[in-house]
Design a protein around this ligand. Structure first.
Ligand code: HEM
Length: 198
């Protein structure tokens, strides 16, 4: 039996020496890192392994484009994320800009490394989306989109209550997600897009 070194190398040294790019190198396929995060963000709404049960288990929920990664995959989670005012989702302002609320304000279960206080954890539809910055970025983008559409609908339909504004906006956002996916697939069928693989 062989044993490795007792101490692991400092990740910052590894990044500096092995991974850090000092000059820009365009992706040979014309893609970028945000495309990978888009795909990761998108697919986690329908691939739902129930990791707490074990790798062989699925949450056995719907596996379609239901935006469960934005609104949560249970009614309880959705309600905790909702502001219940003007159809909007809860949010916090940081330097005047809109971000997902903290877990202290919207107490949903999130996977974060141990020791991160609730005030620093962001509450998002999908439990693991606090772990990677690109997923947090798309979560923020869709939160802003939801609340933006709410403002437009409220201006158009001043008599609508919170529930009607929320449910209609949710349908619109699911439609937007599906349209993006369809555009990607259709364009690739016509002419393969580098980095956009179905
Ligand atoms: C920084 C990059 C990434 C990290 C750290 C990461 C990490 C992980 C981990 C730890 C799992 C769970 C594996 C397991 O249960 O054994 C997983 C599953 C998965 N990943 Fe990634 N991943 C990354 C990028 C991506 C990308 C670019 C996609 C794009 C499609 C993706 C799609 C998926 C899917 C669909 C699953 C299965 C989810 C499920 O079954 O519920 N991941 N990933």
């Amino acid at each position: 039996m062989t044993t490795g070194r007792k101490g692991l190398p400092d990740p910052e040294v590894l990044v500096e020496r092995l991974l850090k790019r000092r000059t820009f190198r365009p992706d040979p396929q014309g893609s970028n890192v945000m495309f990978a995060f888009f795909a990761q963000h998108f697919t986690h709404q329908f691939f739902k392994t129930y990791n707490r049960m074990g790798l062989g288990f699925t949450k056995a929920l719907a596996h379609g484009v239901d935006a469960g990664h934005i609104y949560g995959d249970s009614l309880d989670r959705q309600h905790t994320l909702r502001l219940f005012k003007d159809g909007k989702l809860k949010y916090q302002l940081i330097d005047g800009e809109m971000y997902p609320p903290s877990v202290a304000d919207a107490p949903v279960r999130m996977s974060y490394p141990p020791g991160i206080p609730e005030e620093k954890q962001m509450a998002i539809g999908q439990e693991v989306f606090g772990l990677l910055p690109g997923l947090g970025l798309y979560a923020t983008l869709w939160l802003r989109e939801h609340n933006r559409v709410c403002d437009i609908l409220k201006a158009e339909h001043p008599t609508w209550d919170d529930e009607q504004l929320f449910q209609t906006t949710r349908l619109i956002v699911i439609g937007e997600l599906d349209t993006m996916k369809n555009m990607c697939v259709t364009l690739e069928l016509l002419e393969p897009i580098p980095g956009c693989s179905t």
